[in-house]
Ligand binder design. Sequence first.
Ligand SMILES: Nc1ncnc2c1ncn2[C@@H]1O[C@H](COP(=O)(O)OP(=O)(O)OP(=O)(O)O)[C@@H](O)[C@H]1O
Ligand SMILES: [Mg+2]
Length: 351
Amino acid sequence: MSDKPTEVAAVEFRSVSKVFESGKQRHTALSDIDLRIEQGEIFGVIGYSGAGKSTLVRLINALEKPTSGTVLISGDPITGVPESRVRHLRREIGMVFQQFNLFRSRTAAGNIEYPLKVAGWPRAERKARVAELLEFVGLSGKARSYPDQLSGGQKQRVGIARALATSPKLLLADESTSALDPETTGEVLRLLKKINRELGVTIVVITHEMDVIRAIADRVAVLAEGRIVELANTFDVFAAPQAASTRSFVETVLHNRPDAEELKRLGERHTGRLVTVDIDDEHRIGEALAIAARAGVGFEIVYGGVSTLQDKTFGSITLALDGPEQAVEQAADALARRAVGIQDEPERSIA
Ligand SMILES: Nc1ncnc2c1ncn2[C@@H]1O[C@H](COP(=O)(O)OP(=O)(O)OP(=O)(O)O)[C@@H](O)[C@H]1O
Ligand SMILES: [Mg+2]
């Protein structure tokens, strides 16, 4: 897990930059990336289109060469070494793709068997391993089906089984659920989590969807214009996003805080002063309501929600505080003194 760094990182980037040049055009896809992905964690990388996510993942398995800097796999450089060394290190790395990249002319079993053939496994061992993998991904009944006979989620499970065939220690998943509907996405993400927890495989998940990060990542790096603008535990990123692009990603999935427009609508429908307070394991809803009650104001929850993230309580509520001005002021002050965030009505918080 991420909170206990091991000596050797599963993946390490040391001052890595990647510049693409075509003719006179130069494009810096990644700038000066320093990064450690610890053994056994699920590490998320999120960013908008063009941020450099795929370039980053392609540097890990040396499908791209950095313009400068070093990439290490379990402490061994995969950059600046002979191709035979790259091939050797790549055996420890599995890859899952957005468009599955299955051979249409081979069955599910045939697709999963392929990397074992390449690695020179004897036939009987190949068959046993394929059966084991089909079972692990829940597709024992589909061994003889061709990709065209499988659903998107089933195809991706074949892709995952194929990536796991030679027991890599590291799995790279670049937009592995982007072609799937929400329910199927959930199934695939649960499978990735099972692979991480049961097999101890380190997983790097590349996505542009914050829901994917929320569902499985232990830690997350936010990539914007080729730079890491934020890197933290997933909980912390959701609870207190720092960079502007992180905040906009978090807002795409968290609907417990009213935005400016919603706040205006709430203001029209409720007479009281609207105060939004964060809720977590130490700062519960009951406590916030008790503060309002002690100040002698009327209160109502008009917006908000509480959920769980990485086994911790997480959310916020918006209260409409009603009553004599002084009491409302006192209640708002007392709520603001709680250690967690508060968002008062904008025009009042300026004063
Ligand atoms: N082979 C290449 N030659 C030139 N430019 C490239 C090449 N590969 C990527 N780029 C550029 O580098 C930048 C980062 O691309 P990359 O594919 O890593 O982004 P991404 O974050 O994966 O985006 P998406 O979410 O659309 O997949 C983009 O501006 C892209 O146009
Ligand atoms: Mg990409």
